[in-house]
Design a binder for this molecule. Structure first.
Ligand code: HEM
Ligand code: MYR
Length: 407
C-alpha cells in the first residue's frame, strides 16, 4: 500500500503514529510509489548520519530540488566533495560573521518599531521575514532596495512553502527559484568578469571564488544555489521567531524571566522552541551499503526518512514531550542525535544544518527585542498550528497591536 496520502493527511505525525502503533522506531512503507524506510529516535539518527551506510546522492525528489533546495547544492553531495563544499559554508559561520549579521538584524528591528507604533496592528511573521531578508541580503552581498524587500521575501517564502505542496503553491515555489537563481547567477558572472565588486569577505565573494577539490570554480548556477542556501533559510528563521513569540504569549512567566536578560535563560527557551514546534519535518537519504538494523534489512539504494519532529518529541528521550518546558534543558546531555530540529551529527563532517548557530543567535536577538525593547498586545486571533501543513505556522501569523517602545 502506498502511504503518500496518509503522509499528506497526517503531516508531522505520520511517522510517529505508525511507530506508536507498531511499537518500533523503524518501519517500511511505500511513499511516492517507492519502498521507503521510516526512522525516528536518537539511535536511529546515529545510524542515519553514518556516511558509510547512507548517501544523499539521489535522495531528494525533484519536487524538493526544484523548489526548496535547488539542483547541485551541498545537500545532495557526499564524501570529499561534500566535505569541501560544507567547509565553504562553515568558514562563513565565525563568531565575528554571526555578530555582524545579528547586528544588521537588530538594526532592522529597531528601524521598524516606529512604523509598528503608528500602525493599528501588524502580522509579526511578515514583518520579521522582511527584516531578516533585508539584513541577510546585505550580509551575503546581494543587497536589496527598500522597494524590493517585500517581493524578495515573498519569493523566498514561496520556495520554503512549496516542496510538499501541490498546485499553485508548488508552482509558485518553482517559479520563484527559477527567477532568483537566474538573477544571482548573473551577479556571480559579473563579479567574475570584474564588473561588480563583491564586498570583501562577503559570501558573494567567497562563493564566487570558491574552488572545488579538482580546482575548478563552481558553475554560476550552482553558486547561485549556494548563495540561496544562505539567504533562504535565514529568512526561514521567521517561523521559529513567530513560534517563540507565541510561546512568550502562552507562557508569560518566561516573558518576565527573559526580561532580566540572562543569556542562560534565553538559551533554554530557544532550545525548547526549536524542540517543541513543528518545522522541518524529516530528511531523506539512500542506503549506500546494505546492512541490517533492529531486524530490518536496508538494501542498497533504499530510500530512508528520518523523522526530525518525531525525534524531538520521542517519549523515551523527552519527559512529557508535549509540554513546553525550557527548564528541561538545564539537565540536557547536549547529545548530537536527540535534539535535531536542524538535523543531527556533526556540522563539518555530516549534513547537519550549517546555520544552526545563526538560527539560535537570531532567535535570541528577537527575544531580547520582544521582551525588553517593546511592549504590545496580542488581540484575539486564530493561533492554531496545523500539523498537516508542511511547513506550518500559527494560522494568523501572530498579530500584535498597540506596540510601544520601552523608554
Ligand atoms: C541543512 C533546518 C536555518 C543553512 C539543514 C537541514 C535541516 C535544516 C533539517 C538538513 C540536515 C540534513 O540534511 O541532515 C533548518 C531550519 C532552520 C535552518 C529548521 C531554521 C530556519 C539555516 C540557516 C542557514 C542554513 C540560518 C544558513 C545561514 C543550511 C545549509 C544546509 C542546511 C547550508 C546544508 C548542510 C549540508 O547538506 O551539509 N538545515 N535550517 N540553515 N542548512 Fe539549515
Ligand atoms: C531551509 O530553508 O532550508 C530551512 C527551512 C525549510 C523548511 C521546509 C520544510 C519543508 C517540508 C517538506 C519536507 C522535505 C523533505 C526533504
Amino acid at each position: 500500500m502506498d502511504s503518500t496520502l496518509a503522509l499528506a493527511w497526517q503531516g508531522y505525525e505520520f511517522v510517529s503514529r505508525r511507530c506508536e502503533r507498531y511499537g518500533t522506531d523503524v518501519f517500511q512503507t511505500r511513499l511516492l510509489l517507492e519502498p521507503t524506510v521510516c526512522l525516528r529516535g536518537a539511535e536511529a539518527a546515529q545510524v542515519f548520519y553514518d556516511a558509510d551506510r547512507f548517501q544523499r546522492r539521489g535522495a531528494f525528489p525533484m519536487r524538493v530540488q526544484k523548489t526548496l533546495l535547488g539542483v547541485g547544492g551541498v545537500q545532495g553531495l557526499d564524501g570529499q566533495t561534500h566535505r569541501a563544499r560544507k567547509q565553504m559554508f562553515m568558514d562563513l559561520m565565525t563568531p565575528h560573521d554571526i555578530r555582524t549579521l545579528t547586528g544588521l538584524v537588530a538594526d532592522g528591528w529597531r528601524a521598524r518599531i516606529p512604523v509598528w507604533e503608528a500602525a493599528d496592528r501588524i502580522v509579526l511573521y511578515e514583518e520579521v521575514g522582511q527584516i531578516l531578508c533585508q539584513a541577510v541580503s546585505s550580509w551575503v552581498g546581494v543587497p536589496v532596495t527598500e522597494s524590493q524587500v517585500r517581493g524578495r521575501t515573498q519569493s523566498l517564502h514561496a520556495m520554503i512553502d512549496a516542496p510538499a505542496a501541490v498546485g499553485p503553491r508548488h508552482w509558485r515555489g518553482r517559479h520563484a527559484r527559477h527567477g532568483a537563481e537566474q538573477a544571482i547567477a548573473d551577479l556571480v558572472d559579473r563579479v567574475r568578469r570584474g564588473e561588480h565588486a563583491a564586498p570583501e569577505g562577503s559570501a558573494l565573494q567567497v562563493v564566487s571564488t570558491h574552488r572545488e577539490p579538482g580546482g575548478q570554480l563552481l558553475g554560476s548556477r550552482i553558486a547561485a544555489v549556494e548563495l540561496l542556501n544562505l539567504v533562504r533559510p535565514t529568512v526561514a528563521v521567521d517561523r521559529f521567531i513567530t513560534f517563540a513569540a507565541l510561546a512568550l504569549h502562552q507562557h508569560p512567566q518566561w516573558r518576565s524571566r527573559l526580561r532580566q536578560g540572562e543569556d542562560r535563560d534565553a538559551e533554554l527557551f530557544v532550545q525548547e522552541v526549536r524542540r517543541f514546534y513543528p518545522f522541518f519535518p524529516m530528511v531523506g537519504a539512500r542506503v549506500r551499503t546494505a546492512f541490517d538494523w533492529q531486524g530490518v534489512h536496508f538494501p542498497q539504494g533504499r530510500r530512508t526518512l528520518l523523522d526530525l519532529y518525531g525525534t524531538n518529541h520521542h517519549p523515551d528521550l523527552w519527559e512529557n514531550p508535549e509540554i513546553f518546558d525550557p527548564d528541561r534543558f538545564t539537565t540536557w546531555d547536549g547529545g548530537a542525535y536527540g535534539l535535531i530540529p536542524q538535523g543531527g551529527g556533526d556540522h563539518h563532517i555530516g549534513h547537519r544544518c550549517a546555520g544552526e548557530w545563526i538560527t539560535i543567535a537570531l532567535m535570541k536577538t528577537a527575544l531580547a527585542i520582544l521582551t525588553r525593547e517593546i511592549t504590545y498586545d496580542v488581540p484575539s486571533q486564530d493561533l492554531r498550528i496545523s500539523l498537516r501543513r508542511m511547513p506550518t505556522l500559527p494560522s494568523s501569523g501572530f498579530v500584535i497591536s498597540n506596540v510601544r517602545s520601552v523608554p
